[in-house]
Write a protein that binds this ligand. Structure first.
Ligand code: HEC
Ligand code: HEC
Length: 201
């Protein structure tokens, strides 16, 4: 497969995103959470009106950093990421729709932490420290800028994404997550999902 061809495209998109669409917003109207709620009606069936998904395999969006939501939606729309039919859901969204929808979900209360096996949580915390997960995802894994929140995220979802990032089934924009996930064992991934699921902030 032509991963060599794909990466410059991804980098160009990443640079465009970081320098233009995400950071400036000067060309668009300011994000509007009320308009965002109206535009997000089609999302509620899976992601919930509260941003807490009730369906296994669907991520919680509540309290995600706004840039992280926009960043993923652009990736789906531009077909750099696929899964769950999200390419279709994002296809019709304008940049302004994405800003508005992100403003709605970001303001909702974060998902409630999940208890897990204490040994798994401790193992997960060790791996997180050794792999510097918190240096990007935040001290409480609450996310920042375009880096997603994983605190309180559904553990099954975190496991799937880490496996996909490790195998390259999901291509991350700057390659940082691919390298963070590369050395993780299945056991580490389960433990990290327990650890992040049990975080709340
Ligand atoms: C039919 C169910 C369904 C609908 C409807 C849906 N989604 Fe999703 N969404 C998913 C699934 C499943 C995933 C995870 C995809 C994967 O496994 O990679 C996802 C992923 C996402 C992500 C990435 C989150 C992250 O943490 O990486 C965002 C953002 C998102 N959806 C926003 C939306 C928005 C906005 C709408 C409405 C316009 C919407 N979704 C409608 C099922 C749905
Ligand atoms: C150098 C910064 C960096 C480090 C270190 C890092 N991440 Fe990430 N992580 C990111 C970015 C950026 C994304 C979004 C990638 C994309 O879709 O382009 C991400 C995405 C993810 C996702 C997918 C979340 C979602 O909602 O789709 C998970 C899960 C995750 N990281 C967990 C971890 C874990 C666990 C570690 C430690 C082993 C880690 N990350 C280390 C930056 C980082």
């Amino acid at each position: 497969m032509s991963s060599g061809k794909r990466i410059p495209g991804i980098q160009a998109l990443a640079v465009g995103l970081l320098t233009g669409f995400i950071s400036c917003g000067a060309l668009g109207a300011p994000p509007d959470a009320v308009a965002g709620k109206a535009k997000a009606q089609a999302c509620f069936a899976c992601h919930g009106e509260s941003g807490i998904a009730a369906i296994a395999g669907v991520p919680h969006l509540a309290a995600q950093p706004p840039q992280a939501i926009q960043y993923q939606l652009v990736q789906f729309r531009e077909k750099y990421r696929s899964g769950g039919g999200m390419e279709v859901m994002a296809a019709g969204l304008s940049d302004q729709d994405m800003r508005d929808i992100a403003a709605y979900y970001t303001a909702l209360p974060a998902p409630v932490r999940r208890d897990a096996d204490a040994q798994k949580i401790t193992h997960g915390q060790r791996v997180s420290q050794a792999s510097f997960c918190q240096s990007c995802h935040g001290a409480s894994l609450q996310g920042q800028k375009h880096v997603p929140r994983i605190a309180g995220q559904a553990p099954e979802y975190v496991v799937t994404q880490l496996r996909n990032l490790r195998s390259g089934t999901r291509v991350d924009m700057d390659g940082n997550m691919a390298s963070a996930a590369k050395g993780l064992s299945d056991e580490d991934i389960e433990a990290l999902a327990a650890f992040s699921g049990a975080m709340q902030q």
